[in-house]
Design a protein around this ligand. Structure first.
Ligand SMILES: *[C@@H]1O[C@H](CO)[C@@H](O)[C@H](O)[C@H]1NC(C)=O
Ligand SMILES: *[C@@H]1O[C@H](CO)[C@@H](O)[C@H](O)[C@H]1NC(C)=O
Ligand SMILES: *[C@@H]1O[C@H](CO)[C@@H](O)[C@H](O)[C@H]1NC(C)=O
Ligand SMILES: *[C@@H]1O[C@H](CO)[C@@H](O)[C@H](O)[C@H]1NC(C)=O
Ligand SMILES: *[C@@H]1O[C@H](CO)[C@@H](O)[C@H](O)[C@H]1NC(C)=O
Ligand SMILES: *[C@@H]1O[C@H](CO)[C@@H](O)[C@H](O)[C@H]1NC(C)=O
Length: 495
């Protein structure tokens, strides 16, 4: 009965949401506790060179907002936690904030969202009583300026407000926040705004006491005996991020709201950790963020809301070395301040709203046998007449110096030149096509639309090869569904 009800309601939602499904985007958070923070204009150059279309600031830094003008970049500005109290207590303070930090920059700086505070309920619960008044006052100030349809207002929550996120179908908000959550959802519904979620599979995994495999946190395929299934809906969860987003949708539904999209305002993976943080590695960060991009940009939603894309902001642009806390806390950045990526990562297909999915690249497959890759590389650079100059020591695509990375560059150069005349992306089964631009730093793949006016050096890090291209191969039989449902259920009892 429950299952049928659930399927029926998800079908109805599917129909209702079809018309709102736009291409998904992946933006970036810009934290500024950085000792060698680039100037605002340098920073905007880095964003543009990497075709980053959406950014979130934690405050309303005047220099950044000025530098972002006429950049075409969509900006979320932040009311800091320190400011929330006064704004919540005084509509005139709220109006002054909006005038100074939003009205003054529009329309040349495309501010589209105001994030009021950050994880207020879980970090400064004493401010909770004025959080919704703060949202309302900010919104009223926007109405007064006739900007309310252009600028939305919301407030990011951590997963901590959902004490038991798995299985997603039974998730609810911490009941001590019933009234605040109810008012928040009412506000979001009335103003057509999104629920902002900070979702960290890194913490879900590292604090999960081995309940979930790391593959699940990193969007990697799961062995059929380890499928993660919600025992009530029988939905398969391919990734912890999907499950976290769904837990949020179900928690919203438990308070009888629907039609409020969830946007992931923060997610990411640290690439250096302390002695007791073995999962904070370059390899895991590279895997997480590349797979995240691929997951989000396929435009599909989580299992319960397949047609609402999971728009996401990666945490974060630069390492914030001035932050307190464990080593990992300071190492979430995807760029160095000089503009090189920390590991190969391409954000350039982030904006599929423009429908610019025409570019197809050819890259080496994950797990392709070394000897075959070597043959393919030699063939491409020889008989295949690919231009492999960039792979020479000291040249822009030499690093990371590994076979998979070099083969990908050569395969792609061959493919771009030859596919018009029948050349294929095969290389004895070691190659595959992708729409994700594999360019990084100053290593630009043939066919990339990356702006080359700015030239960043190649990353010197990352001896490991990229591990994207995970195939979402789900072949579990009905029996396996049920077996793993029981497995998960037992795991929960143990918890
Ligand atoms: C501002 O951003 C919104 C949302 O991404 C977009 O629809 C709009 O076209 C942008 N406006 C400008 C002037 O770039
Ligand atoms: C919160 O709401 C739930 C569901 O409506 C209810 O069961 C629970 O008792 C409420 N908690 C409080 C503290 O009001
Ligand atoms: C929200 O969207 C609905 C339907 O699209 C529209 O009628 C309403 O005016 C919008 N409200 C606001 C505050 O933008
Ligand atoms: C998009 O990702 C979801 C979740 O991993 C997957 O179920 C779906 O098949 C993917 N769709 C495409 C077109 O790749
Ligand atoms: C950019 O910064 C990184 C980290 O400090 C460094 O490894 C790299 O060599 C730098 N590149 C240039 C050209 O300075
Ligand atoms: C494919 O494999 C065959 C046999 O191992 C080899 O002779 C040929 O050069 C390979 N072709 C490419 C493009 O790697």
């Amino acid at each position: 009965m429950e299952l049928i009800k659930c399927l029926a309601s998800s079908l109805m939602l599917t129909v209702a949401m079809l018309t709102t499904a736009l291409g998904a985007f992946v933006g970036v958070n810009i934290g500024t506790d950085v000792s060698d923070l680039p100037s605002a204009s340098k920073l905007v150059d880095i964003l543009k060179a990497n075709q980053i279309t959406h950014v979130r600031l934690y405050d309303a830094n005047a220099q950044f907002l000025q530098a972002l003008s006429n950049s075409g970049i969509d900006v979320t500005v932040g009311v800091t936690n320190e400011e929330v109290l006064k704004i919540g207590e005084s509509p005139s303070v709220a109006a002054a904030w909006v005038n100074k930090n939003v009205v003054a920059y529009l329309p040349s700086t495309n501010i589209t969202v105001i994030a009021v505070g950050s994880e207020v309920l879980s970090t400064i619960p004493n401010v909770a009583p004025v959080l919704i008044p703060a949202l309302n006052s900010i919104h009223k100030a926007l109405v007064a300026a006739n900007l309310h349809s252009r600028v939305k207002v919301s407030t990011p929550q951590s997963m901590d407000v959902i004490p038991k996120p798995f299985p997603p179908s039974t998730a609810t908000f911490d009941s001590s926040w019933n009234s605040t959550m109810y008012q928040l959802l009412q506000f979001l519904k009335n103003t057509n705004s999104s629920y902002m979620l900070n979702a960290y599979p890194y913490y879900g995994y590292t604090k999960g006491d081995g309940l979930f495999p790391i593959e699940y946190a990193l969007f990697k395929p799961l062995p059929s005996v380890k499928q993660i299934v919600d025992p009530n809906t029988l939905f398969h969860y391919n990734s912890m991020l999907d499950a976290m987003v769904d837990a949020t949708y179900y928690s919203i539904e438990a308070l009888h709201f629907s039609g409020i999209p969830v946007v992931v305002t923060e997610t990411g993976w640290p690439w250096i950790g302390g002695a007791n943080e073995p999962d904070a590695t370059v390899e895991n960060a590279e895997t997480y963020n590349n797979n995240l991009l691929q997951r989000v940009l396929n435009d599909s939603g989580p299992p319960s809301q397949p047609n609402i894309p999971i728009n996401t902001y990666i945490y974060e642009l630069f390492n914030e070395d001035k932050r307190n806390g464990p080593v990992s806390e300071k190492n979430w950045g995807i760029f160095f301040p000089n503009g090189s990526t920390v590991y190969p990562l391409s954000l350039s297909t982030s904006d599929s709203i423009t429908g610019n999915s025409a570019s197809v690249f050819c890259v080496a497959k994950d797990g392709a046998p070394t000897d075959k890759l070597e043959d393919g590389l030699n063939w491409a650079c020889g008989q295949g007449q690919a231009n492999c100059a960039a792979l020479q020591p000291g040249k822009q695509c030499y690093l990371p110096n590994n076979l998979k990375s070099h083969a990908s560059f050569a395969f792609n150069d061959y493919y771009q030149k030859a596919h018009g005349t029948g050349g294929t992306c095969d290389f004895n089964g070691t190659a595959t096509t992708t729409t994700r631009d594999p360019s990084y730093g100053s290593c630009l793949y043939t066919g990339s639309s990356s702006i080359s006016g700015l030239s960043f050096p190649p990353t010197a890090l990352g001896p490991s090869s990229p591990d994207h291209g995970a195939s979402w191969n789900l072949q579990a039989s009905t029996l396996q569904y049920i077996l793993s449902a029981i497995g998960v259920f037992m795991a929960m009892l143990v918890l």
